[in-house]
Design a protein around this ligand. Sequence first.
Ligand code: SF4
Length: 556
Amino acid sequence: MSDPRFSATKAQHTEIPRPKRGEGQWALGYTEPLNKNEQSKKDDDPLNVRDRILHVYSKRGFASIDPADLRGRFRWMGLYTQRAPGFDGGKTATVAEEELDDSYFMMRVRSDGRLLDAGTVRALGEVGVEYARDTADVTDRENIQYHWIRVEDVPAIWERLEAAGLDTTEACGDSPRPFLGSPVAGVAKDEIIDGSSALAEIKRRYIGDPAFSNFPRKFKTALTGHPSHDVAPEVNDVAFVGTVHPEHGPGFDVWVGGGLSTNPMLAQKLGVWIPLDQVPDVWEGVASIFRDYGYRRLRSRARLKFLVADWGVEKFREVLEKEYLGRELVSCESPASPTGHRDHVGVHEQKDGNFYVGLAPSAGRVSGTTLVALADLMERHGVAGARLTPYQKIVLIGVAPDQVEPLVEALDGIGLPARPSGWRQNTMACTGIEFCKLAIVETKARARDLVTELEKRFPGLDVPITVNVNGCPNACARTQVADIGLKGQLVMHEGQQVDGFQVHLGGATGLQANFGRKLRAHKVTSAGLDDYVTVVVTNFLADRADDESFAGWVAR
Ligand code: SF4
C-alpha cells in the first residue's frame, strides 16, 4: 500500500515556508516520528489491532496483549483500559496500583447520528447486560459507552453490534472520532437541510480507511442542518452547519478548529456554501490538511485548532481550495448561532404531524436494562427510532400523536423523563473517577446528587442554567461552555487536599459563545458544591435584569 501520508489529491501547492524547526508536519517533510505516539503509529497501522484482538488476545487473555497495543492501538477499536476498581489515583496509599485488577476495558460504540430502531436499541441494551455489568452510558459524542469489558468477550460483542449495524472502529485514538449528527435530522419542522446522507457517506468512505487512521491527534466531526446548531459546532475540529445561499438554496458552511481541553478555542467559520453532495469531499480535504500539516511534535499542540490559530481562517480556506479541492468554494455569509436549548428535550411536533420526544437520563447515566426497557416501549408504542444527542440525551423519533402521552408516562417509569426539571435537563457529567484513568474526582453520582438538591432548593427556576461536571482538565463534558463549568481537581480544605472543582462561570455556545471565566478564587470542595451553586444562583436571581441570561449576568 502506498504511504497514506502523501496520497492526498494535491492540485497545487501554496507557499508554505519550511520552518527551521519542524513540528512534525508531514507535508513539509518532517516525517520522522517525534514522540512515542507517532513512533507507535508508524510501527504499525493502529487499525491492524482488530485482527490481533479477534484472533490472538481474545483467545489468550489480557496478559498476552502487547503493551504498545494495550496503551495505544486498542483505542482505534474504541477500547481503553478503565480505572482499576478501588484505585483512587494515588491519593491514599491503601491499595498499591500494581496489586489491582487492571484488566477491564471501557468500550465506545459509535452512533454517528444514525436513527436506531428498536432492535438496535435492544441489541445495545443486551450487550450492556450480558458483557458490561449492566453499564451503558450515553456520552456527549453520541456514543454508548460500556464498562467492565473483558478482552475475551470483544469478538462476541462486535458480532452482536455488527449484526445491528453498529461498530466501535475509531471511536477513540488519533482518528476520525464518532460524528455528531442532528438528533432531529429529517423530521424537524424548522430544519434547513437534512445532512444525514452526507454523514453516512463520510462514514462509509473514510472510517476504517488507513489513509485517515493516523492523524496528529483526535479529529471530531459534527454536522447539522437544524437552526439551533444542535451539535455544538463551536467545539468540534470540523463542523458542517446548515445555511441558505440566496441563489443556491440550502447547504452547509464549514467551521474549523474548535476544541476545549486545556487550550480552548472556538471553531472559526470559513464563510462558504457547500451543497449536500460535496460535503464528503470537503470533509476529506479538511481531514487531509490536518493529517498532512498538523503538528506532531507535542501532543498538547497537536489538535487542528493550533494549526487554524497559526494560519488564520483565510489561509486555511486557501490551502483547502488550492491543494485539496482544486477549485474555489462559493462564499456565503454564515448564520449566527441562536441562543436557547439545543438538546430537543420535551415533546415537539414533526413536519409529518408525528412527534419527537427528547428524554433526559441523569447526566447520561443509563444502563443495559434501561435500554432493553426502552426498546420494549419503542415497539409497544410504534416509535420509528431513537437518536443520541451531544447533550447526553435520547430523542425518540416518529411518535404518533395518540401515543405521545402514554409513551411519556411509561418513559417516566423507566427513569427517562421527557419533562424533566430544568436542573436535570441542563446538567452533564463526564465519566469521572469511577472508570476514567485520567480522572481526579468523581462526577456522575456527584452530578446526580447536585441535581436532586437543586430541584429541592430551586423548584421553579424560570431560566436555564447549565452545569457541566468534569473529572479533570480534559473537559470531556465541556467545562468552558457551561454557565457553571466544573473542572475536577484536588482543593485545600482545612489543611487537607480533598476532591473538588475549579469553577468556570458564564460560558456559552451559540450567539453568546464564549468561554466561562475561570475565577481563581472559586474553588469548591465536592462536598460543598451544592451550597456553592446555591449561593451563585441565589445571587443571580436577586441581581439579574429582565430576561438576562446567566452568562450575560456573569459577563457584566
Ligand atoms: Fe476522564 Fe477527564 Fe475526560 Fe472526565 S474530563 S472523562 S475525567 S479525561
